[in-house]
Design a binder for this molecule. Structure first.
Ligand code: NAP
Length: 270
């Protein structure tokens, strides 16, 4: 049976998903998109061969609706969709910090909602999409959602109560690594290296370390110990990291991100 999927508000994340689905074998003729601006709709049509429709048309025709608008645009989009979405339609929301209850309240009673928190590496097929079921979403709905997000990286299921923690680790996660690369590049400059060379060295160290972490299955402590020889260079650096409380800073930083995610999810502006 043909299953039509619509991406509503196909911006950066929505387009990454579309191209992932097409690469994974979905036919562009089964993919619908909606956009606020006609020129954006045209761009998606030419680039991917998908069909651009209105939000109402998407709600009526597609079997799965992926809501990929910004969190602040979600209430308006749901108001527009509500009269048209049949109660059995799977609705997948990728909007950061919007609880499934927020969507359930605005759509037909019993509507299956799945919440997904992707991160920006979906743009290079190395994302992590953290998936939670709403009140009426079944195993089949979760599997369907995984099929949509797997072409752009990994997926992980968590209870919705853990989404704020997952956002702190995974949604914001890439930013912490960019921050580290930036700081370590500055250190390279202090040590007398040109910026571009310092950048290349640190980025390749990050890529190499990430692949080792992912593919070796070793605990990070073991991998670090393998580079930490007695009275060597690495341990001198580690002593400074410990002295400056970097581990405690990271724990506090992620706790702050988790708290902010909670605040936003409950409609607070901070
Ligand atoms: N980017 C990230 O790092 C990231 C990570 C995790 C989750 N997310 C979530 O993913 C969602 C999308 O983020 P994004 O970065 O892809 O944002 P984006 O590039 O701004 O995409 C959202 C698109 O939705 C369009 N839009 C807004 N209201 C609409 C409506 N009523 N009907 C049709 N289209 C509408 C916007 O149109 P205009 O172009 O006219 O504004 C825009 O093209 C957000 O909710 C965000 O929280 C993003």
């Amino acid at each position: 049976m043909t299953q039509k999927i619509a991406v509503l508000g196909a911006g950066k994340i929505g387009e990454a998903l579309l191209s992932g689905m097409i690469r994974a074998g979905w036919s562009p003729s089964d993919l619908l998109v909606t956009a606020r601006r006609p020129e954006r709709a045209e761009e998606l049509r030419t680039r991917h061969g998908v069909t651009a429709v209105t939000n109402a048309e998407a709600a009526k025709t597609a079997d799965t609706l992926i809501l990929a608008v910004k969190p602040q645009d979600m209430a308006a989009l749901l108001d527009e969709l509500a009269p048209h979405v049949p109660a059995d339609r799977l609705v997948v929301s990728a909007a950061a910090g919007i609880p499934t209850a927020f969507i359930e309240e605005r759509l037909a009673q019993g509507a299956p909602i799945v919440r997904v928190m992707p991160n920006t590496p979906v743009l290079v097929d190395e994302g992590m999409s953290v998936i939670s079921a709403g009140t009426h979403a079944t195993e089949a709905h979760l599997v369907r959602t995984e099929e949509i997000f797997q072409p752009v990286g990994k997926t992980l299921r968590v209870p919705e109560s853990q989404q704020d923690a997952a956002t702190a680790l995974s949604g914001s996660g890439p930013a912490y690594f960019y921050y580290l690369v930036e700081a370590m590049t500055d250190a390279g400059i202090l040590l007398g290296l040109p910026r571009d060379k310092a950048h290349d060295l640190i980025v390749q160290a990050a890529v190499g370390a990430s692949v080792m972490l992912r593919d070796s299955g070793e605990h990070p402590v073991k991998l670090r110990e393998a580079v930490t020889s007695p009275a060597g260079t690495t341990i001198s650096a580690i002593r400074e990291l410990e002295r400056h409380g970097v581990r405690a800073a990271l724990i506090a930083a992620l706790e702050a991100a988790r708290d902010r995610s909670r605040e936003l999810a409950s409609g607070g502006n901070g």
